[in-house]
Design a protein around this ligand. Structure first.
Ligand SMILES: Nc1ncnc2c1ncn2[C@@H]1O[C@H](COP(=O)(O)OP(=O)(O)OP(=O)(O)O)[C@@H](O)[C@H]1O
Ligand SMILES: [Mg+2]
Length: 246
């Protein structure tokens, strides 16, 4: 059990028949770190994240999340993490408050704490005035903020965010990243995927995945220096070209 790392994997692999979606990845994410997991469509980001969350059985390799084994201790992992999936997973016909109440039940938040935790999660995400509103009627950026509130209401140690700002407008994306950074400042480890390279700049470290393999890892500054470019967008293009050539 690792005390230093929130997430640690060795040779983590997932194959679907003859196709290897995640190919022997070694990942180490420190406590309180904002770790960006980047790559093109189909690179294997969601597949890797689902294995880390205990939602998908790895084909081979090992790993720990919050110190627990991703093969044998998935139920312990699930109580310690928050997961915002790539597809909207809440109920559009329920109100914001009802969605938060359902999640409180799911994570077995003690009855005496439920009201306080819902209010706190809603306030942190800036949706406290929307509690009576029907979820499906809200603009997309606000629905994503509700998803964030739902993923954090039980105070997880590690937060997995799979493209939380997909299809969100630029202003709402900025606000969303303020929420992510505030969560990290409270000590939560953040494992986040995004296709927006301006957002990747906010990460403490970024990991580029190409065709299921790790192509490079570093701080935004290290990556740009190593590849002699000025943006992570250029790093993205360079590592993809280099990986495919080798
Ligand atoms: N259940 C499955 N059965 C077969 N192939 C799968 C399955 N799940 C994922 N894949 C394949 O694995 C590859 C990686 O998919 P994954 O969804 O992890 O990529 P991603 O990096 O999250 O992409 P995106 O940026 O589009 O979300 C893709 O080629 C996908 O088609
Ligand atoms: Mg994905």
């Amino acid at each position: 059990m690792s005390l230093t790392f929130s997430i640690q994997t060795k040779g983590l692999t997932k194959s679907f028949g003859p196709f290897t979606a995640v190919d022997a990845i070694d990942v180490e994410v420190g406590k309180g770190e904002i770790y960006g997991f980047l790559g093109a469509n189909g690179a294997g980001k969601t597949t890797a994240m689902r294995m880390l969350c205990g939602l998908l059985q790895p084909s081979s390799g090992t790993g720990t999340v919050a110190g627990f084994d991703i093969l044998r201790e998935t139920s312990k992992i699930r109580t310690r993490i928050g997961y915002m999936s790539q597809k909207f997973a809440l109920y559009p016909d329920l109100t914001v408050k009802e969605n938060l109440s359902l999640v409180a039940d799911l994570y077995a938040i003690p009855r005496a704490l439920v009201k306080e935790r819902i209010a706190e999660a809603a306030e942190r995400s800036g949706i406290q005035d929307l509690l009576p509103r029907r979820t499906g009627e809200l603009p997309w950026g606000w629905q994503q903020r509700l998803s964030m509130a739902c993923a954090t209401a039980h105070h997880p140690e590690i937060l997995f965010l799979d493209e939380p700002t997909g299809s969100v407008d630029p202003l709402s994306r900025r606000v969303f990243w303020d929420l992510i950074r505030a969560e990290a400042e409270r000590g939560t480890t953040i494992f986040v995927t995004t296709h927006y390279m301006d957002e990747a700049e906010y990460c403490h470290r970024a990991c580029f995945l190409v065709d299921g393999k790790i192509a490079d890892i570093g701080t935004p500054h290290e990556l740009k220096t190593r590849h002699q470019v000025s943006t992570l967008q250029e790093v993205f293009l360079t590592v993809a070209q280099l990986a495919r050539r080798s």
